[in-house]
Design a protein. Sequence first.
Length: 279
Amino acid sequence: MLKSRRRKKIERTKEWKKNKDMSDAIHQGFVKVTIDPNGIGTIEFGHPLSNSLPGTILRKLSDTITQLGNDDSVKVIVLKSEGDRAFCAGASFDELISIEDLEAGKIFFSGFAGVINACRKCPKFIIGRIQGKAVGGGVGVASAVDYCFATRYADVKLSELAVGIGPFVVGPAVERKVGASAMSQLAINATEWRSARWAADNGLYAEIFDETHEMDERINELALKLTASNPQAMTMLKSVFWQGTEHWDQLLSERAAMSGELVLSEFTVNAINKFKKKV
């Protein structure tokens, strides 16, 4: 009897710690902004779990992109994440596993829709700095910027199908950059990494570098050139680049509902739990 009580107490303690760790992960992370005297606005995000993106960070990210887009002192935006070898691990698995109903699922995936649409609507050019691997939603973020630099470590993978969902929300942005064929390759072969060179050859990255400092020098060089360009011309040029995406507010909302439904499936819950046990 005593052993049984002790065992139950240990199990309750483990469950409590598991839930606490999950809650902590969901509420960790940051988004910060710097604006230099030349008008280069830099948005940096980070999370202890390979820069994964819980809902709070997604909302802050989209709000910050919109804010800098409306700031007259900002001429061009650089979007980056902290660290060396991981740009973004995509959706927060801790938050995914905590979703209990369709509405909560749609709200979470709408966070990625919000970031993509904020990039799309932002009147300023956004330069992406991809210093390491990008997975799932991270590939979507990289696809949503206007000009993307990367290092040779910036491999990509759309892993959604492997956990029972699909890259429905980020798919339109990825397809716009790499085309339907390359997009389908990423989405179907969901456990396979594609190299940074593959991503560059298919149009996701404009330039790739051996080392991060080389990339940063080139980013600063282009950003400075753009600060001296005609703001009106850049805004008009960006609107031309994004023609045909005016329906994305509705489209990505519908796609978020699709992902929100699938994340509740037994297959997905089991797949995510299995993955989390490995890490």
